[in-house]
Write a protein that binds this ligand. Sequence first.
Ligand code: NAP
Ligand code: ZN
Length: 333
Amino acid sequence: MSIHAYAAAGPGKPLEPFSFEPGPLGPHEIEIGITHCGICHSDIHMIDNDWGWSSYPLVPGHEVVGIVREAGAEVRRLSAGQRVGVGWQSGSCLECEWCLSGRENCCARQQGTIVGRHGGFADALRVDERFAFPLPEAIESSLAGPLLCGGVTVYSPLREDARPWFRVGVVGIGGLGHLAIQFARAFGCEVTAFSTSAGKRAEALELGAHEFVVSTDAGRMKAAAGSLDLLLSATTARLDWQAWVGLLRPRGILTIVGASPGALDVEAGAILTGQKTVRGSLIGGRARLAEMLDFAARSGVRPRVEVVPMREVNPAIAKVRQNRARYRMVLEA
Ligand code: NAP
Ligand code: ZN
């Protein structure tokens, strides 16, 4: 049976209806009938070939939610009728030291849901069952997608480094950032949201931020110098990294999850003094993703979404490009 999807024919192109035959179902694969799919900014980087490894026609979509409708011969964990989600990662070797220690996101053979294969802006997705996650009942389908990529991407580094007594900053209050505020708050941290959009203040505070700083306000930025134990950058913009490192306290950590363009221009002296750390983080392993879903279900962390029919995918993408999404666009099949 054909899968009906939306695909970009080339870099930066609008999405158009596109159908393909998936072929026989692999022994470890499931076929998911998609109900919802979030639009992550990584979908847009991929449409635009920002990272140089997009292949076309490109079907974006890696915050996939749906119902299992077929299971391959070797599938044991999941069965038809189950509600599941799939995030950025759809495969890994499952044998290396990273996979065995729950860090499949560090595996040299990791596969992306939309890298060289068709993603979730479609009516169905085929995926290895080991990268599909049963969804907690408490999380409704329209809200689950953004947790599967955006959620785990911010949960994972906070889980690793944040402590309840930490002062945590979040830069870029978009799909990832608005979830980071909620997780950091749920972990008991004091949270400051840094945004270029003054209009996001009230919502950032509602989501759990103790403070909101407009990052173009030089006076407020100066006052925040040396104040943070952990700073999570979830912006798509290029930052003056040296200036942001200046917001850290001694032993503070700047963790970059946003795919900002350009080089990290930080002088050695800026991180030697105060023994600071600058690090990156990529999604999260399978155990972390499952844990995050359970924690979100119990703690009430939920994305704020705008749900639109899948056929309105192009205006929805335009909204994300223009930084007008509040805070995640979700396509409904
Ligand atoms: P998003 O919803 O579009 O949010 C990005 C935010 O960045 C915006 O809301 C805005 O926040 C800020 N921003 C955008 N343009 C800006 C500009 N010109 N100047 C300053 N700030 C700007 O994107 P997202 O889905 O959260 O993704 C954010 C980044 O994370 C993307 O690069 C994405 O590819 C990456 N990502 C990484 C991983 C990973 O595993 N590391 C996983 C998922 C996504 P303010 O209005 O508050 O300034
Ligand atoms: Zn993503």
